[in-house]
Design a protein around this ligand. Structure first.
Ligand code: VG1
Ligand code: CO
Length: 544
């Protein structure tokens, strides 16, 4: 076996977005494309000689080939060991857990998250650092710069390493260790939550749940967790076998893409609880019987109820949410007298706050919740957390959330996505809103009065780093908001996200349909940004 230095030329556009480098499979399959990016990533992680790397992913199409290439490149780049999930599978939060537990240099997660897979779908590479979290901006910036100047990469000439069985094998001087993809992570969850209480108070008393793994990475671990460890009836986990095309669907846990689960929970013989995770297991959707928990509300409820969970009984240091996430959690933080931070979209921005011990829980409106137990959002963690709260309180999901609204008021919330719009038109729309927003202050829009408008700029309170242009926010005097942002994970054209929020104090009109409650704001948001004129669209493609 010998190390080859392969000549290559830079590709443009290898700039990681909100969460890793995400492109159509056809782009990743171009000669040397993956290799260039991996070499650029290795070059940007100092100290790889003799170090350990974690490798995993959601098992999507092209992941098997990519994992073998990365293993050979790791061996040629001086790594001493790679811990790789069996069959190359390792959910994003599980990878974060393994990186932290074994103190490795970092990890590579092969996933495009909730984007569809298969030959016509997307592929992606997430790079995590030794903290277990997504590489921060300075590292992704360095990777991009390196990718623009790359002239060669190093790879070992060797045959494929078997990844089906647990255990160790050699690749040149490097050890490849195939690990159980769920074990370390499940052990961590058992230390945080009271599994006996969940089993005894819920499943032993006939509580029924459905977990939809959407044919993605969480299925096998969900079966062990829910059916074996917690005693949920066999068959509670649906679509539990990971497939490289996710059964042809979007592995995206929301009302649109997880519609089968939604129909079950809103059907006649609905179970007590429903949940789903995304492709790489970092997102979650929570449903009660005929009840949908908005991700922003889920974060607020978890923060308010955290004291009932063993791992959080000592209290929360603080909470954080991405800026477009509803301000429901802010009210809980106020009540608990703890700090609440608003960060740009993307989990990497929570890293410093978590590392510095300033926050314990954090979340995003995009179905992401997590805590300081790892440095990624964590789908299964959120599901077990909810079960633990249900077991502690003995009340159904809908009652817990309604009681929360009565106590804190309700932040009616929705996100409208306009997917695959023309990129240039989307950029023009954003420029228009950017210029118009500051001038709206003090003016009336419909029945609302604008308090302020402008671009969100984040100064990290820990290291002072600055992130500009993180979404344009129009705030109204009654606490309502409209936020406009362009997605940093889409791979075709541009995706415009419009976030809408209106606060209703409790006890007010708490049981309205969110789309009805937000009707005026939705119309204002369309007009203010001239969405139809710029994009030609009269309606969003996905509403969550
Ligand atoms: C989206 C979400 C964001 C999330 C990101 C990665 O980004 O809005 O909240 O952190 O996906 O999620 P964007 O830029 O498209 O809005 V995942 O599950 O890929 O790791
Ligand atoms: Co994901």
């Amino acid at each position: 076996m010998h190390v080859c230095t392969v000549k290559t030329k830079p590709y443009g556009g290898q700039k990681p977005g909100t969460s890793g480098l995400r492109k159509p499979v056809s782009v990743f399959k171009q000669p040397h494309y993956l290799e260039n990016f991996i070499q650029a990533a290795f070059d940007s992680l100092p100290g790889r000689e003799g170090a350990t790397l974690v490798l995993g992913g959601d098992g999507r199409y092209f992941a098997r080939e990519a994992a073998q290439i990365i293993l050979r490149m790791a061996a040629a780049n001086g790594f001493a060991r790679v811990k790789v999930g069996r069959d190359g599978l390792l959910a994003t939060p599980a990878a974060s857990c393994v990186i932290r537990k074994y103190g490795t240099l970092g990890g590579i997660i092969l996933s495009a998250s909730h984007n569809p897979g298969g030959p016509a779908g997307d592929f992606g590479v997430k790079v995590n650092t030794g903290s277990g979290g997504p590489a921060p901006e300075e590292v992704t910036g360095a990777i991009f710069e390196r990718s623009r100047a790359i002239e060669s990469y190093r790879i070992l000439e060797a045959s494929d390493v078997p990844l089906e069985r647990l255990g160790e094998s050699r690749l040149g001087a490097m050890t490849v260790e195939v690990i159980d993809p769920g074990r370390d992570h499940r052990e961590l969850l058992e230390s945080l939550f009271d599994f006996d209480r969940i089993r005894d108070r819920l499943f032993r008393r006939g509580f029924r749940m459905v977990f939809d793994a959407l044919h993605a990475v969480t299925g096998p671990s969900a079966r062990v967790l829910f059916e074996e460890r917690l005693g949920a009836p066999a068959g509670s986990v649906r679509h539990g076998t990971p497939r490289e095309d996710f059964g042809g669907g979007h592995p995206d846990p929301n009302l649109t893409h997880a519609h089968e689960l939604v129909e079950t929970l809103f059907g006649s013989a609905a179970p007590d609880f429903g949940a789903a995770c995304d492709g790489d297991g970092d997102r979650n959707m929570i449903l009660g019987r005929r009840f949908f928990v908005t991700p922003s509300d889920s974060l607020a409820v978890l923060a308010a109820q955290a004291r009932h969970a063993r791992g959080y009984a000592r209290g929360l240091a603080g909470v954080a949410r991405s800026m477009p996430t509803s301000m429901a959690v802010d009210r809980v933080a106020e009540r608990l007298r703890i700090a609440c931070y608003a960060t740009p979209t993307g989990w990497k921005y929570f890293g410093n706050l978590l590392d510095a011990g300033r926050v314990t829980l954090c979340g995003e409106e995009s179905f992401g919740t997590g805590s300081d137990h790892v440095r990624e959002k964590d789908g299964l963690w959120a599901v077990v957390f909810w079960l633990d709260i249900l077991a502690a309180s003995g009340r159904p999901v809908a009652e817990i959330v309604r009681a929360h609204w009565r106590e804190f008021g309700r932040n009616y919330y929705s996100r409208h996505d306009y997917e695959e719009v023309d990129a240039a038109s989307a950029a023009e729309l954003m420029e228009h809103v950017r210029a118009a927003a500051p001038q709206l202050a003090g003016r009336r829009l419909g029945s609302y009065e604008v308090a302020s408008g402008g671009d969100f700029r984040y100064v990290d309170p820990v290291d002072g780093s600055v992130a500009e242009h993180q979404g344009i926010e129009i705030r109204f005097t009654d606490g309502s908001r409209i936020v406009y942002r362009l997605s940093g994970t889409g791979t075709r054209g541009a995706t415009l996200r419009v976030y809408l929020e209106r606060y209703e104090p409790g006890p007010g009109r708490l049981d309205l349909d969110p789309q009805a409650a937000l009707e005026d704001l939705i119309a204002l948001a369309r007009e203010a940004a001239r969405i139809e004129a710029f994009t030609g669209r009269t309606a969003p493609t996905v509403v969550t």
